[in-house]
Design a protein around this ligand. Structure first.
Ligand SMILES: [Zn+2]
Length: 247
């Protein structure tokens, strides 16, 4: 059975990022499991400040709403299951890294994926939670030595539009063609990506902006094969499973 473990920081990362690729593999019968480190509680600044000042994360309405949004999106993408790791959005700090890495490692050991997928090291948008998840997932991949490949989802410098400059404080430049090892065409699955994106109703502003951006771009997701073991990759490639042995 082909299996992918995808590790993200927030609900919406699964589809605002490599959603086309998720849909392609999900609908081709690959068993995909998503680990989501947080419930995206701070996805609304006013709400986040209120939660922080009143220490009300346990009774978090936005978190619960976003949890449901991810489950709906995952269903459209053909994802087999989603698990929340119960960290708080924006609170992934140094002393939680081992706790996070342990939870990811345990999932790798029980699920035994051939492929692990997360964001590239700069966290796509520079979001610190994305960076933390990338780092801890890399650590877990190297420590468990179970998966055959570790992929980073990344943005091609050509598709990194000027409009993103003011999204956060610093939006990384994106990756050059010669740094990208793997391109996955999701043209046939674009409709699933669109539908799944729209499930994230609490993030309507981002959904609208991203839909217009993705509509203008070729339907290709870009990845870096960061690590691999027990195989010889032929790069560049167009399939996560090329060269992978399936038991
Ligand atoms: Zn995110």
């Amino acid at each position: 059975m082909k299996k992918i473990l995808a590790v993200f920081a927030h609900p919406d990362d699964e589809v605002f990022g490599p959603g086309g690729t998720m849909a392609k593999y999900g609908h081709e019968g690959v068993e995909i499991h998503i680990l989501c480190a947080t419930r995206g509680e701070s996805g609304d600044e006013k709400n986040f400040k209120f939660q922080i000042s009143n220490n009300k994360f346990e009774d978090n309405k936005l978190g619960k709403r976003r949890e449901k949004e991810l489950l709906r999106s995952a269903e459209i993408l053909g994802i087999k299951s989603v698990e929340f790791l119960n960290f708080i959005d924006g609170q992934l700090c140094n002393n939680l890294y081992h706790k996070l890495a342990d939870k990811i490692s345990r999932k790798i050991i029980s699920f035994k994926p051939q492929i692990i997928l997360t964001n590239e090291r700069l966290g796509i948008s520079g979001h610190l939670d994305h960076i933390a998840v990338s780092m801890t997932t890399t650590y877990a991949y190297l420590k468990t030595k179970i998966a055959q490949k570790l992929y980073y989802y990344c943005m091609n410098v050509k598709f990194r539009e000027k409009a993103l400059d003011n999204y956060f404080i610093y939006f990384p430049e994106g990756y050059q063609e010669n740094q990208i090892t793997t391109k996955i065409n999701y043209e046939k699955y674009w409709d699933y990506k669109k539908r799944a994106m729209k499930m994230h109703e609490s993030q309507l502003k981002d959904v609208t902006a991203l839909l217009s951006r993705f509509s203008r771009q070729p339907k290709i997701d870009h990845f870096i094969l960061q690590y691999y073991q027990n195989l010889k990759p032929e790069l560049p490639e167009t399939d996560f499973f090329s060269g992978v042995s399936i038991k």
